[in-house]
Write a protein that binds this ligand. Sequence first.
Ligand code: ASP
Length: 353
Amino acid sequence: MRGEKGGAGGVAETKRNGRKCGKVKKILLLATGGTIASRNLGEGLTPALTAEELLGCVPEIANVCDVTAEQVCNLDSTNMRPEHWVQIARRVREVYDAYDGFVITHGTDTMAYAAACLYYLLQNARKPVVLTGSQISIFERDSDARDNLLGAFRYASDPDACGVRVFFDGKVICGTRARKTRTRSFNAFSSVDYPTVALVRDGRVQYYIKGDVTGEERFYDRLDADVLLVKLTPGIDAGILDYAAAHSHAVILESFGVGGIPHYDDGAFEKGIARLQAKGVRIVVATQVAHEGSAMETYRVGYRIKEKYRLPEAYEMTTEAVLAKTMWALTVTDSAEAFYRVFETPVGNDLLI
Ligand code: ASP
């Protein structure tokens, strides 16, 4: 379903806070479901509203931009998968020249994964691609949905807006830095180890960072979803790596601290890593600590593995970004060395090394 028109077409100029802001921006809304579009139909909340109905709940959007609405799917984001994000990226790419920006409504539960995947699929996009949603359905009186939707359109219509972003509770967050850190509060998303890009406050966009999207625009349309994330826990059996070898093309090891991989049971983990590499399974070492990232060479428990097996590490990237980058890097490399180099090369601001 796509192509329903909504909002204020044909207006030559818009006003924000009484100031003229030039040509009205053309923004495409891609709706995918989530709480923002949900109703309780008897068994808990489930997406029910269409893109057009969402726009109808926030008529002020028509004063901000010229909006067109398309329905991509209508899912709880628990059911969103990499193939949906590829579908969204393909659609953005198909109509990239026809619009000035894109707003994607999405469930909050996997929004950070969606943002990270879109970041790698639409690298260095000069036009804004803004994901938003809400903690409470747009039907409810005290919902955050209307503010979030309007704010996302305000940001997407701003002349300096660019890149893949999450907009939530007034904050514009870089697509690889967003993480859902609260299940209920309106300030559900945090920007991890990177400043908030901008705020939308009193109808205006206030930037903390401008011009952070600089590299060449590069668009991709594939992700390899066969990636397994293994969180190390004390005493974990290294046999998990053999399971991983049989079921995935890449394994992300969420290590301890700055990159500790256990060295017990006669080096069982090290042997498991060697078996994975022999089978051509890529391995990335991330940390399970929320902030400040890995530095594998700090301790012997990491140093030995990094030295010997040349495993790329995640540094200060979020788990969501690590997963997305791995899914993308698998599709553009055909050797362990190429994968290592691609993974450890910054894409935009995903790595600050
Ligand atoms: N379960 C919902 C979803 O992710 C939660 C939300 O949107 O806030 O679709």
